[in-house]
Each structure stands twice: as C-alpha cells, then as structure tokens.
Design a protein around this ligand. Structure first.
Ligand SMILES: NC(=O)c1ccc[n+]([C@@H]2O[C@H](COP(=O)([O-])OP(=O)(O)OC[C@H]3O[C@@H](n4cnc5c(N)ncnc54)[C@H](OP(=O)(O)O)[C@@H]3O)[C@@H](O)[C@H]2O)c1
Length: 336
C-alpha cells in the first residue's frame, strides 16, 4: 500500500490521499467498540493517514474525546502529523435527536471553545459548519471562523454540503480550503455544478459516503438487519425495493472487482480517487479490518476501460432512493 498526499485546495493543508472519518465510532451506525475504534485510528495513522474527520455533534462530544484519547496514546511522530477536521453547528437533544443548526458568530466561538477542550489541542486544523444555517448569512458564519483563524485557534476554513452560490459567497469572505460533500459512484450530484465551481475557485473536496454508508461496500446481503439507531435503518437507499435494486448494482460492480482481483469496496473507493487529485475520500472504517480493506484502494489503477465498465455497471443515475430521508434532504443547501 502506497500512501500519497493531496492538497486541500490551493490554501489548505497537504493531507493523505485518504482520510479517516470517525463518525461511525460514535454511534451513527449502531454501537461501536471503543478499544477497536482507537486501534483503528492508530492503525490509520501508522499507515500514513493524516486526515481525521469528526464533528462536535458525533455522539455529542464522544467522537472528539475519542480522538483526543487516540492521539494522546499514539506515538509522538504519528500524532504530530494528524490534521483534525471538525464540523460544528448541528444541535442535538440529550435524547440524541436533532433539532436544527446554529451558525451565529457567538455560537461558532462557543462551539470552538468546547471542541478545543475536548480534543485537548490549542488549535483546530480545519473547522467547518456542518450545514448552512438558513437564518444566518454564510458570510457571518465564515467570518466568525476567519476571526478564529486570526486568533490562532483554527488553521483552515472548510464548508460542508453547501451549493455553488454559498461556496462563492463563502470564498469571497475568506480563503476556503475544502468542501465536504457526499460523492460516490452512486451519488453524482456534485458533478453538475459544485465540482466545477470548486475547481474554478481552487477549493478542494473531502468526499464522504464513498461507499454510500456501506451500501456499495459489497458486504451486505438482502436480509441484512440494521438496529433502529443505525442511520441505515432509515436511509431511503436501504429500504425495501430500493435496497434490492441497489444490491443488484453492487452485484454488477462485483463482476468488475472480481476480474481485477480486488474487492467491491476497494473499487468504489478507487473510483472516487480517480475523479481528481483535488478529492480526498473519507473512509468510514471503524474497525481495523475495514480500514485495511479500504487502504487497498490506493494501489488500484483504473484505466479508461475499467472506468467505462464501471460506468456501464453502475450508471450515474441508477441508484434507487435519495441519500437522506426527506427532512434531512430539506436541510441540504447543496441540493437546492
Ligand atoms: N459532512 C457531512 O455531512 C458528513 C456526513 C456523513 C459523514 N461524514 C464524514 O464522512 C465519514 C465517512 O462517511 P460515511 O460513514 O458515510 O462513509 P462510507 O464509507 O460511505 O460508509 C461507512 C460505513 O460503511 C461500512 N463499510 C463496509 N465496508 C467498509 C470498508 N471496507 N471500509 C469502510 N467502511 C466500510 C461500515 O459500516 P459497518 O462497519 O457497519 O460495515 C462503515 O461504517 C464519516 O465518518 C464522517 O467523518 C460527513
């Protein structure tokens, strides 16, 4: 496995070509094992992954505390290379339910103060609003993060799930390193307007959901059961007929993967890696086994014949079901 680096935009950091998304280690996909989560972060750092992605609302602080522990217990050389990307703004009830977003400048500073403590660091490498707060102009939210940059509490500013107009307004306010957005073989929306806008402005991409929450990992069968607190139990793509149709796409992809002697997940990750050097896929592994499999994608070269075969097996609009349930889709500025 060869770890390369990529730049997060023209103004951001140089990071590993794959990042580790830590969300699944804090309950979003059902229970996770704490010791295995920390071992997975250590294994990722050891393999040369430098980018760790989190959100202050992943397990209501649980994920940041987990990263704190993982970094504290990692060898110094590896810990020092880590680039931690933090999302803020999502509001949660003690029962875990979600109730909107807060992008007001005063809230941004408050969120950052708590994240710095939970992470045990004196600065956050990349700081981004998780969603656009519809009641607060993006200039105000990004302006508040820019103030944190001036004071040394944040190094770089990122965005998440916003559309082209908001990206332009944000970039006119302060330098933006990257946009975090769902992008995968089965999630091609960003290709229409968002990716061209980012490229015009020199903004990088951290791509999440590259396996569509595991849907195109090749590991799940038609009778798969997800716990009620697992995102996938409510995701339209995992329901009934949609799920059956989507697994047929996975079977078509598996034929190509088998011919190349690689796995379905590796093919799906390699496809995102092939979309441009400005894109850093986030791997949602929460075990060392899944991480090791994902890292194998780095050594796969997809030539034009492979890409054509993949496109024929999984055409751009073939997926059944939206990527979020309707209430969550409505919160995505990127889908307007
Ligand atoms: N900005 C945003 O709005 C946003 C939204 C969501 C996520 N994110 C970030 O993006 C990161 C990754 O996103 P995601 O969780 O949606 O990623 P994903 O890679 O599409 O899905 C990850 C899930 O797929 C399953 N999986 C099966 N095979 C795998 C393999 N070989 N490697 C990795 N996972 C495998 C795992 O679940 P099992 O272990 O159950 O099989 C894992 O939890 C998150 O951790 C988070 O940091 C950002």
């Amino acid at each position: 496995m060869t770890m390369h680096t990529r730049n997060l935009g023209t103004t951001g950091s140089q990071v590993s070509a794959l990042g580790l998304g830590c969300m699944g280690m804090s309950g979003m996909y059902g229970a996770a094992d704490r010791a295995e989560s920390i071992a997975t972060i250590h294994a990722a750092l050891d393999a040369g992954i430098t980018l760790l992605d989190t959100g202050d609302f992943y397990g209501m602080g649980h994920n940041e505390l987990l990263i704190n522990e993982a970094l504290r217990t990692a060898p110094a050389g590896l810990r020092d290379n880590a680039v931690v990307s933090v999302k803020f703004g999502a509001l949660r009830d003690p029962d875990g339910s979600w109730y909107g977003f807060d992008g007001r400048p005063a809230a941004v500073k408050n969120f950052a103060a708590y994240s710095l403590q939970r992470l045990g660091v004196d600065h956050i490498d990349i700081y981004r609003p998780s969603r656009l707060d519809p009641d607060v102009p993006i200039e105000e939210t990004v302006g508040a993060v820019a103030e944190l940059v001036e004071k040394g509490y944040v190094r770089h500013i990122g965005l998440s799930e916003v559309g082209a107009d908001t990206i332009r307004r944000a970039a006119a306010t302060a330098p933006i390193a990257d946009l975090q957005i769902e992008y995968a073989l089965v999630t091609r929306g960003p290709e229409r307007e968002i990716l061209p806008t980012l490229r015009e402005l020199g903004i990088g991409v951290t791509a999440y959901g590259v396996l569509s929450r595991g849907l195109i990992s090749g590991h799940y069968t038609a009778d798969q059961q997800f716990d009620a607190d697992d995102f996938r139990a409510h995701s339209p793509r995992f329901q009934g007929d949609n799920y059956r149709r989507n697994l047929a796409l996975v079977d078509a992809l598996r034929k190509i993967a088998d011919e190349k002697g690689v796995t379905v997940a590796q093919t799906a990750i390699a496809w995102v890696l092939s979309r441009g050097d400005d894109i850093v896929p986030l791997i949602g592994a929460r075990t060392r086994a899944r991480l090791t499999e994902s890292l194998g994608a780095l050594d796969i070269t997809l030539d034009q014949a492979d890409l054509d075969a993949i496109e024929a097996a999984v055409p751009a609009e073939a997926v059944a079901g939206e990527r979020y349930a309707p209430a969550q889709m409505a919160m995505l500025d990127s889908e307007r």
